[in-house]
Design a protein around this ligand. Structure first.
Ligand code: ADP
Length: 550
């Protein structure tokens, strides 16, 4: 960590470390009756308040102390979005230990790899994941015990897992008297591994300071815009970059929070949105597909849902338009990554855009947006030279800021910074008003005749076709051009469209030479553990595909 010089004249402000425990202390003191509502793994709805959550988080902190957990120890979770997971967020980090949220959708081998790499001491899990625990327990060398997030009567009768404990029993035995310790704000607070689409997963190790600063910034009106008048339903999982920081920003602002648990299908989500009067939600584009299909098929409307942040992968303009025009839901397109806690940019208009024609406003809103204060960004060429912000020159995107990693946990991957900047692996353009537009991940860009073709634009056009549910564009080997685009399409149920019609659909929308050379239809697209389309899998499937132009 870089040390900076001290001025001979230091300010006279209280020295108070920025700690995660201060968030729950604040929520308890100022919003004691604000609700936390969870759909449990058991299927029922559980509700309690910030004060209750604070009390149980302190009981958990006492329980961890009794188990011998000390500052810096990693405590893993394998859990859905729910109140017990929230208690772990505060009980673990607040007491100085490190919350390690593991993505349960990963292959068990990867779960074991991550748990061993992190040297987790205990693992807390929802009963849904008992089979994963049974598969990995013997391989997790450092784990001293497994804590099932359930009541006693839900515990498995004949489990072979060594040292299996019941969460409710564990905390019931503890006092709710606990003083959150004060310590250096740069101490590690939580750990999240990138999904490792290439190579082994690498850990982003957040600090209390980075988490608090990210919470302040993410709650700003042009970012997530969370307030005490909101009812927030994070669809984005608490095991994916801390649900984009929402479990922290709701405590900071006093918003009510609603957790969907494992029920992420359209019907369950819709019912929860309506019952709890949800105003704000956040998730990756693929999760909205299910909800929108359900709402569309049943001709339903939203009575309270006003705003959603969509990010994690490019939000197709067609989805944005449906939410905005058909359901009156404002969509804020955001960009970030695990290494950035995750928020980097969010897209809202400036005052001067107010009177722009509708299509120009829409074009602006489809971009990934402006940097949130705290994050700085630039685009550079392959020699590291900064490129202009003219809306058309594209380059490698670099970022820096107090919630951006300066390296990975245990220095995995070595020195990652380039002159103090973190290379995101994304290719982007920035316009003269500072709006970022991601054209692709550098590994997904199609290199055709020495020029680059960004696949996001090609996919956005395809999903704007009424018969298309999902689309992915990949580069396929071509004898003359190196690579040419192949479009892989999943049709909407009951809809039909031909190859030729789809290729025709690109006419006038894009430079002619960007048009996909061919289209294949698939039943489904492979999704990764965070709900994103796995381009590398698709590339593998079509590695030997013979394009008609080849
Ligand atoms: P991974 O999927 O590698 O584990 P993340 O979930 O952190 O990592 O994903 C970060 C990446 O997701 C970004 O680098 C970028 O490529 C992509 N991404 C995130 N948000 C957007 C967006 N709004 N538009 C396009 N791409 C996005």
């Amino acid at each position: 960590m870089v040390q900076y010089p001290q001025s001979p004249l230091m300010g006279r402000m209280m020295s108070q470390p920025l700690l995660i425990s201060s968030l729950i202390h604040h929520a308890d003191r100022y919003y004691p009756t604000t609700e936390i509502v969870s759909r449990r793994v058991e299927g029922d709805i559980h509700r309690y308040t910030y004060r209750d959550c604070h009390r149980r988080s302190r009981q958990l902190a006492n329980a961890l102390k009794k188990l011998g957990v000390v500052m810096g120890d990693r405590i893993a979770t394998l859990a859905w979005n729910g109140y017990r997971h929230l208690e772990a967020y505060y009980g673990v980090s607040g007491s100085g230990a490190v919350l390690h949220t593991i993505n349960p959708r990963l292959h068990p081998e990867q779960v074991a790899y991550i748990a061993n790499h992190a040297e987790d001491q205990y693992l807390m899990f929802d009963m849904t994941f008992l089979p994963v625990i049974e598969a990995v327990a013997a391989h997790c060398k450092t784990i001293k015990g497994f804590i099932a997030l359930c009541d006693r009567d839900r515990m498995p009768a004949d489990s072979k897992i060594a040292n299996l404990m019941c969460y409710e029993e564990l905390i019931a035995a503890e006092s709710d008297q606990y003083e959150w310790p004060l310590f250096d704000e740069n101490s590690a607070s939580s750990l999240c591994y990138t999904s490792g689409t290439t190579g082994n997963p690498k850990g982003a190790l957040y600090s209390h300071r980075s988490t608090l600063l990210h919470s302040y910034a993410s709650a700003l009106p042009d970012a997530l815009n969370v307030s005490a008048r909101d009812v927030v339903l994070p669809v984005v999982p608490m095991f994916h970059v801390n649900a984009w920081g929402l479990p922290y920003s709701v405590m900071l602002t006093g918003a009510k929070i609603v957790f969907p648990g494992p029920a992420l299908d359209g019907k369950s989500l819709y019912e929860l949105f309506e019952q709890e009067k949800v105003t704000f939600s956040a998730g990756v584009p693929t999760v909205w597909l299910g909800l929108l299909t359900y709402v569309g098929q049943n001709k339903l409307t939203f009575s309270s849902f006003k705003r959603t942040v969509i990010g994690g992968s490019a939000c197709p303009p067609a989805m944005m338009k449906t939410l905005r025009h058909d359901y009156g839901v404002e969509v804020v397109h955001a960009w970030g990554m695990t290494e950035m806690s995750p928020l980097g940019t969010s897209c809202t208009l400036l005052a001067k855009h107010e009177n722009l024609p509708e299509e120009q406003k829409q074009a602006k809103l489809e971009k990934q947006g402006r940097a949130i204060f705290g994050v700085d960004m630039k685009i550079v060429d392959d020699d590291g030279k900064e490129l202009p912000w003219d809306g058309k020159t594209y380059g490698n995107l670099l970022v820096k800021g107090p919630w951006v990693v300066d390296g990975y946990f245990k220095s995995e991957g070595g020195d990652v910074l380039e002159n103090g900047w973190f290379p995101t692996g994304d290719v982007a353009v920035i316009d003269d008003e500072g709006y970022l537009q991601i054209t692709d991940r550098s590994k997904d860009v199609i290199k055709s005749g020495g020029e680059w073709i960004g696949t996001i634009d090609l996919e956005n056009i395809a999903v704007a076709h009424p018969a298309v549910l999902q689309a992915a564009c990949i580069g396929v080997a071509h004898p003359k051009w190196d690579e040419r685009p192949l479009l892989v399409v999943v049709k909407k149920p009951g809809a039909d469209v031909s190859k030729e019609e789809l290729i025709q659909f690109y006419e006038g929308k894009i430079a002619k030479w960007w048009t996909p050379d061919d289209v294949v239809f698939a039943e489904a697209l492979p999704l990764g553990a965070t709900g994103k389309i796995l381009k590398n899998k698709i590339r593998e499937t079509y590695r030997d595909y013979k394009l008609p132009t080849a």
